[in-house]
Design a protein around this ligand. Structure first.
Ligand SMILES: Nc1ncnc2c1ncn2[C@@H]1O[C@H](COP(=O)(O)OP(=O)(O)OP(=O)(O)O)[C@@H](O)[C@H]1O
Length: 251
């Protein structure tokens, strides 16, 4: 199945609150897309809609031309990996066991019983995320940034052609943030479609080929960073302006 994601005239929400309105987004294999917007704009809701975790109230979500709502959970997990904003684990599994969950929809086995090739994929993902030194420790003993890298490794280990990542840079120090952005760019270069929610506009501007701006549940800009993050959007949506030092100041 191709990694092409199509969200067509979709709305979605929680309980009696419709958060997203008339969303139309197409993401091609190999695209690296940053999703930005103020708190509560609907970024996490949109990623959950794309992942098939939340149903569309109107419209459709297709992956490789197939209706996501008609796919089984296992089928979805083979074709897309979702990194939740919340990184808690229900119990103190080792990091490596969490990363191996990325393979569960394929092999249906824990790390120790994975076939050699799948175990190598898990180990490779751990290495690429710089998590080798702590991957065999229980996750409840890891720092926030270490936990973040374990969970990112889980999404990479899945080999899914679409990655939906909710604030993957949270809790990472500046160097690890840069490393993760470079890693994701390389992953996109291999043909993986990547959509990540991000608060750091400077990071989005520097690394993304395409930025989608969400405001109050609607897409208000979608294009190259310089276009999508233009001065009007910055002021109207984020209430900031570009500052001389390359950062942002209140508008
Ligand atoms: N489970 C839920 N039940 C009810 N309302 C929810 C739920 N999850 C989110 N919301 C509401 O939906 C809206 C969009 O939330 P969402 O988490 O998608 O925003 P976001 O852009 O990801 O925000 P942030 O940048 O703060 O993470 C908010 O008003 C939020 O309060």
């Amino acid at each position: 199945m191709s990694a092409r994601l199509d969200i067509i005239a979709a709305s979605a929400g929680h309980a009696d609150h419709t958060v997203l309105h008339d969303i139309n987004i197409a993401v091609q294999p190999g695209e690296f897309v940053c999703l930005v917007g103020p708190n509560g704009a609907g970024k996490s809701t949109l990623l959950k809609l794309a992942a098939g975790i939340l149903p569309a109230r109107e419209g459709d979500v297709h992956l490789g031309g197939q209706d996501v709502s008609a796919m089984s959970a296992r089928e979805r997990a083979r074709h897309m990996a979702w990194l939740a904003q919340e990184r808690s684990a229900a119990w103190a599994m080792r990091g490596v066991d969490i990363v191996a969950l990325g393979r569960f929809a394929h092999e249906g086995r824990p790390y120790e019983r994975l076939p050699q090739a799948a175990r190598e994929r898990v180990n490779e993902a751990i290495t690429r995320c710089g998590a080798s030194t702590f991957a065999h420790r229980p996750v409840d003993t890891l720092s926030g940034g270490e936990k973040a890298r374990i969970h990112l490794a889980r999404t990479l280990a899945s080999g899914a052609p679409l990655l939906l990542l909710d604030e993957p840079l949270n809790a990472l120090d500046p160097r690890h943030q840069l490393d993760v952005m470079a890693l994701l760019q390389a992953e996109a270069g291999r043909g993986t479609a990547i959509v990540l929610a991000l608060h750091d506009l400077a990071m989005a501007r520097r690394h993304a080929a395409r930025v989608i701006v969400l405001d109050q549940g609607r897409v208000v800009a979608d294009g190259p960073p310089a276009t999508a993050l233009n001065p009007i959007i910055l002021a109207d949506v984020f209430a900031v302006q570009a500052a001389a030092d390359g950062g942002y100041a209140p508008a």
